[in-house]
Structures are given as structure tokens and as C-alpha cells.
Design a protein around this ligand. Structure first.
Ligand code: GTP
Ligand code: MG
Length: 148
């Protein structure tokens, strides 16, 4: 099954939203594969957001992402990448629907609480970047109740 990289950004950590965000992914039926609190370096964040290098907001984005620890997670399940993005809501909070993480907790595009991989190949790259130590394997007792 598919895996996605989800990260609570520094504003989400400071605002006490880590538990609420984890609960949404757990309750949806995803399996937690990896989890850690990290103070990322600017070099690491520039690799994570390499696709956005050159955008006018890039320096501010890196500064924001380095302003405090983030919670790095890997979640696994059916269509984890696309469903994760739906759960996050649109990038611009003006367009993010109530019921989504950004639609419920964020007002500004530059303080939007949570990251989610945008494609299966970027998820694979991001998981390697944030968890070079590798991932734990275990079986999840609810699987037969969540999948057909
Ligand atoms: P991530 O899950 O964080 O990757 O967001 P995304 O995939 O919804 O958007 P994208 O990858 O295009 O941009 C990454 C992050 O840069 C966004 O989540 C925002 O925090 C920030 N960002 C994107 N566009 C803008 C912008 O126009 N202005 C500002 N200030 N920040 C932006
Ligand atoms: Mg993105």
C-alpha cells in the first residue's frame, strides 16, 4: 500500500495541534509508520522544498520552517498521498474547505500548519530525506476492518 510524508509545521507544533492532526490520520484508518520531532536545518529544508527554489516566498518559507521543531510522520494506507492532500485542504487557506486541517486551523498561506506529499514519487523522496534511518515494520490489527 501507499505511503505519504506528513509534517506538522512549526506553527502547528507551537499552537498545540500535533495531537489533533495525528488523531485525524489515525481515525481515518491510516497506519502510523514513523514519527519524530525534529529541529530541521535550513540546508535540510532547502532540499525538502527544492522544487520551490526561486519563488519569491522561498526565503521566508525556509525561515518559517526552521523557526521551531516540526513533527515528521509517515502514514500508510489506500491512496495515502491523495487522501492526505484532501485532508490537508488547499494550499491557500482562502480556498481550503472547513473540515480540512488548513480549513479548520489556518488563515495565511505562509502559516498553514501542515505539509503533505503531493505525489507518490515526492512521497518516496521525502520519506528518504526525513527518515534516512529507515522505517519500522509491524502489523496493524485493524487492517481487516479498514480495507475490503
Ligand atoms: P506543502 O504541503 O507545504 O508542500 O504545501 P503545498 O504543497 O500545498 O504548496 P507548495 O508546495 O506549492 O508550497 C509549499 C509551501 O510554501 C506552502 O505550504 C506555503 O506554506 C508556502 N507558500 C506557497 N505559496 C505561497 C505564497 O504564495 N506565499 C507564501 N508566503 N507562502 C507560500
Ligand atoms: Mg508542496
Amino acid at each position: 500500500t501507499e505511503r505519504t510524508y506528513i509534517m506538522v509545521k512549526p506553527d502547528g507544533v507551537q499552537r498545540g495541534l500535533v495531537g489533533a492532526i495525528i488523531a485525524r490520520f489515525e481515525q481515518r484508518g491510516f497506519k502510523l509508520i514513523a514519527l519524530k520531532l525534529v529541529q530541521a536545518t535550513t540546508e535540510h529544508l532547502e532540499l525538502h522544498y527544492a522544487d520551490l527554489k526561486g519563488k519569491p516566498f522561498f526565503p521566508g518559507l525556509i525561515k518559517y520552517m526552521a523557526s521551531g521543531p516540526v513533527v515528521a510522520m509517515v502514514w500508510e494506507g489506500l491512496d495515502a498521498v491523495k487522501t492526505g492532500r484532501v485532508m490537508l485542504g488547499a494550499t491557500n487557506p482562502l480556498a481550503s474547505a472547513p473540515g480540512t486541517i488548513r480549513g479548520d486551523y489556518a488563515l495565511a498561506v505562509g502559516r498553514n500548519i501542515c505539509h503533505g506529499s503531493d505525489a507518490v514519487d515526492s512521497a518516496e523522496k521525502e520519506i528518504k530525506l526525513w527518515f534516512p534511518e529507515g522505517l519500522t515494520q509491524y502489523s496493524h490489527s485493524q487492517e481487516n476492518w479498514i480495507f475490503e
